[in-house]
Design a protein around this ligand. Structure first.
Ligand code: A2P
Length: 257
């Protein structure tokens, strides 16, 4: 178990019947870049049962936060959804992942496009003061089927707007665009359609997509990633990586339905 830290659950919040988030203690030695993920889980019969989880907390924070779905009959999440304060959690020592600003070329607008729990890495990214230094405008889109699934993100933004440091940064730079597909809401539609129709930019009062200055991070369901990748590649965006930064980066939201 040397590859792992043993942390303790500090708080658990259930957002819907299928979504919850939790915070844990953080070993001071655990280093990560905002947007990265690690392996996380429970010790079951003396063995770690793990899945990849993005940190939803930022690397300057003293605790760790994670945002998860409850997969019916999922080996880990069927157990993890019952954790409570004081319970033990196993956290991998090695953080990794592509959704980091260093994998993007310099630009002026950062589009963070997510569905479902794909929001998690962006919860970390928007709590990174360096991101507000690098980009003039940040657009955070969170697409879900139903309004109730937006609640974690709505709360995150509400809290950040009240924060002494981040309140003014959000006011100046961040456009938060929650959208749902299966019930009436002020913003409706799939992210793919919102991009191709330019409705996203029109609704935010922003200029249209521009490969010269826009940088994009994508995280969510595999189908959404496939379709958005095609849309951006058609427009000449090149995928970035650790070895060669580009105009967009992709990661799937890990624990699936
Ligand atoms: P829709 O309700 O039209 O399927 P899921 O819960 O299945 O992961 O979906 C989360 C959100 O992602 C839903 O709003 C869903 O819309 C949307 N979505 C699913 N597939 C795609 C896709 N290929 N492109 C864009 N959005 C998608």
């Amino acid at each position: 178990m040397n590859a792992f830290y043993h942390e303790t659950v500090v708080d658990v919040r259930h957002w819907t019947e299928s979504l919850f988030s939790f915070t844990t203690t953080r070993d001071p030695g655990f280093r990560f870049q905002n947007g990265q993920f690690t392996m996380l889980g429970l010790e079951v019969d003396g063995r770690p049962l793990l899945r990849a989880y993005s940190m939803a907390s930022a690397n300057h924070e003293s605790f760790l936060e994670f945002f998860s779905i409850k997969v019916p009959d999922g080996p880990l999440t069927s157990r993890l959804q019952h954790i409570g304060r004081g319970d033990a959690i196993v956290v991998g020592r090695k953080a990794t992942g592509t959704l980091i600003v260093d994998n993007l070329l310099p630009g002026s607008r950062l589009l963070l496009l997510s569905t479902g729990t794909g929001l998690a890495p962006f919860a970390s990214v928007i709590k990174d003061p360096d991101v507000y230094e690098r980009f003039e405008t940040i657009v955070l889109v969170h697409g879900c089927r139903e309004i109730s699934e937006l609640s974690y993100g709505e709360r995150l933004i509400k809290d950040l707007r009240k924060d002494e440091l981040f309140g003014p940064l959000l006011e100046d730079k961040l456009h938060y665009y929650p959208t749902v597909t299966r019930e009436p809401f002020r913003n409706r539609g799939r992210i793919t359609d919102l991009i191709t129709s330019e409705k996203l930019f029109n609704d935010c009062g922003l200029p249209p997509l521009d490969g010269a200055t826009d940088r994009v991070m994508l995280c969510g369901s595999p189908a959404m990633l496939t379709d958005l990748r095609a849309i951006f590649e058609q427009r000449g965006f090149v995928e970035g990586s650790h070895s060669a930064p580009g105009q967009f980066v992709i990661e799937k939201a890990f624990v699936e339905r």
